[in-house]
Design a protein around this ligand. Structure first.
Ligand SMILES: Cc1cc2nc3c(=O)[nH]c(=O)nc-3n(C[C@H](O)[C@H](O)[C@H](O)COP(=O)(O)OP(=O)(O)OC[C@H]3O[C@@H](n4cnc5c(N)ncnc54)[C@H](O)[C@@H]3O)c2cc1C
Length: 243
């Protein structure tokens, strides 16, 4: 099961973003601008920035998450977001013998599918260990030291691992990038695993920076559904949930 933790973030993110934006329109020094910002002024200023689309000040606030117990399938999706920094557990340097895996709910709820899935996981695990052993032995025969041989073998044995294979990562994104991420990934049309992670990230962001992330969520919160014919058709329900 996915576990999302907000490890750290820029101090006073709401006030910092408001101060950065105010600096663009003022002759005052930056520290003075920060001091003058009451919560009301900060809220008004951030709302104005969002309305006029002045988004670059939101890049000053960064948020770092630990995301654990998710699949490599999720990894493939989240790393498509280029305005972000990732550190991911390596399948080269960390052995995947007895790897953990994520089971989709639809499979879990269907005994026949569950049986086939478990069989596939077992078979992938056996193939991984067999290939790792074979390659490792052959590298040792060539004169490689044992632990180096095992590491090198894992590098290729991992090719049999499934997309469900569990992983963990640290992700850092700034508030502008996060807002775009939430627009796409909190949408009901996003895939269930990344949507659950995005929802939890949004919940954590809202408590750390309530003004920056006020109104953040799927794109339909602020306008028509961008999905066209593929809309979930539940716009009011979705809006209600995120508000
Ligand atoms: C429901 C859903 C289905 C998807 N299906 C597929 C699929 O079938 N196949 C597939 O390949 N992908 C798919 N994607 C991934 C999608 O195409 C994006 O790659 C991903 O969501 C990252 O979005 P992004 O580029 O806006 O984010 P980021 O990479 O974080 O970029 C943020 C913003 O920065 C700007 N930007 C970043 N890089 C550039 C650049 N090089 N040039 C110009 N502007 C840039 C853009 O404005 C961009 O929106 C899907 C995504 C979703 C949400």
């Amino acid at each position: 099961m996915a576990k999302v933790t907000l490890i750290t973030h820029t101090p006073e993110p709401d006030r910092l973003v408001a101060a950065a934006a105010r600096l663009c329109y003022s002759r005052s020094a930056a520290d003075k601008l920060l001091q003058e910002l009451t919560p009301e002024k900060t809220g008004d200023f951030l709302r104005m920035l969002k309305t006029v689309g002045h988004e670059s000040p939101f890049e000053h606030a960064s948020f770092t998450f630990a995301i654990e117990g998710v699949s490599r399938t999720l990894l493939a999706q989240i790393t498509r977001h280029r305005i972000a920094s990732f550190s991911v557990r390596s399948q080269r340097y960390v052995s995947e013998r007895d790897f953990g895996f994520v089971t989709p709910r639809a499979i879990e709820d269907n005994p026949e599918a569950q049986k086939a899935f478990e069989k596939a996981m077992e078979s992938a695990g056996e193939a991984y260990s067999a290939i790792a052993d074979i390659l490792s032995k052959s590298y040792e025969t060539e004169g490689m030291e044992k632990s180096a041989a095992r590491k090198k073998a894992g590098e290729d044995a991992r090719f049999v691992l499934p997309g469900s294979c569990e992983t963990q990562m640290l992700v850092t994104m700034n508030a502008r990038s996060l807002t775009g991420f939430f627009k796409q990934r909190c949408c009901a049309r996003a895939q269930w695993e990344i949507r659950a992670v995005a929802d939890e990230m949004l919940r954590l962001c809202r408590s750390a920076a309530p003004l920056i992330f006020e109104g953040a969520g799927p794109a339909c919160l602020k306008g028509p559904c961008p999905e066209g014919k593929m809309t979930c058709g539940k716009i009011e329900e979705v809006r209600g949930r995120y508000r």
